[in-house]
Ligand binder design. Structure first.
Ligand code: 5GP
Length: 296
């Protein structure tokens, strides 16, 4: 006859079974949240369901649709909830803050970051650094009628289109904003931006002044950052140093840059591009403090 398991073993086996049940229960709750279940109702269960009581706040936040690890970290920090806090340990204010952040108006919506500034200020370098530092940030690929520069890839740097195609995009209302710059048309296709924001992903637009103004009018709550040169002389040097354009194109860009520099006060924040690394870090810092875009 097989030996009877000792009481200790029985207790351990029972413990393992309970832990397994709790894990299954939490997995089920996470699936419900991912399907749009109510955060408020899940948190309320902590008083009656030990598996929910032991669930970490971070697990709850990450289970909500459109919230990745970076966003979860920011959201928990904004709600003053420690990463390791379990639901049973949340205070009243923390519960209210989490519910507001996850279910209130902007729940699940990403932030729209608009980076603007005069031609030659180094927007593209700062954008490249931002994308390296924050790979989950979606970069909006603009449509343009400008011919590609050497090394530019269609669909990655820009969508290069002819004027007729661009005009039909305007006519169909497919652009979030558009403007003419130095003789060419540039615009932001609206659909990819809307989709990314709805999925809770932050989106970056690198656009010129007139476009930034349109975004201010159409997407209240967008974070608009002006990238400024350390000085006018530095800007001139940078524009002249870019040997990809003819003299008159550079002259036109300098003229536009003068006008663009004067628009700095219209923006929410100014970041001086002294060093690309520092400027990118400063922009990310502003983004992390910004609230999600309100639902349309
Ligand atoms: P570039 O020809 O040097 O790539 O860009 C010229 C200017 O157009 C830059 O200031 C750039 O930020 C801006 N730009 C690029 N894409 C867009 C866009 O989709 N909309 C607007 N309004 N400006 C854009």
């Amino acid at each position: 006859m097989a030996e009877q398991p000792s009481l200790d073993e029985e207790a351990r086996a029972r413990g393992r079974q309970l832990a397994l049940q709790a894990r299954r229960r939490r997995a089920q709750i996470k699936r419900d949240l991912a399907d749009g279940g109510s955060v408020r109702e899940v948190i309320a269960l902590r008083d009656v369901d030990p598996a929910v009581a032991r669930m970490r706040a971070r697990e709850l936040v990450e289970a909500c649709p459109g919230i990745g690890p970076a966003r979860a970290t920011r959201l928990l920090a904004d709600c003053h909830v420690a990463e390791s806090r379990r639901l049973r340990g949340l205070g009243e204010h923390q519960v209210a803050a989490l519910i507001a952040a996850l279910e209130g108006g902007g729940a699940g919506r990403g932030r729209l970051l608009v980076l603007s500034g005069p031609s030659g200020v180094g927007k593209s370098s700062v954008v490249a650094r931002l994308r390296a530092l924050r790979p989950e940030l979606i970069f909006s690929v603009s449509a343009t009628t400008r011919p590609p520069r050497e090394g530019e890839v269609d669909g990655a740097h820009y969508r290069f289109v002819d004027r007729a195609t661009f005009e039909s995009m305007i006519a169909r209302g497919q652009l979030l904003e558009w403007a003419e710059f130095a003789g060419h048309l540039y615009g932001t296709p609206a659909a990819p931006v809307d989709e990314a924001l709805a999925a809770g992903t932050d989106v970056l637009l690198e656009i010129e002044l007139h476009g930034a103004r349109q975004v201010r009018d159409s997407a209240a709550g967008a974070l608009r950052v002006f990238l400024a040169p350390p000085s006018w002389e530095v800007l001139v040097e940078r524009l002249q140093g870019r040997r990809t354009e003819s003299e008159d194109v550079i002259e036109r860009r300098l003229e536009t840059a003068r006008v663009e520099l004067a628009a700095e006060p219209e923006f929410d924040h100014t970041v001086v591009n002294d060093s690309v690394d520092e400027a990118a870090a400063a922009v990310l810092d502003l983004l992390d403090r910004a609230a999600p875009l309100a639902a349309p």
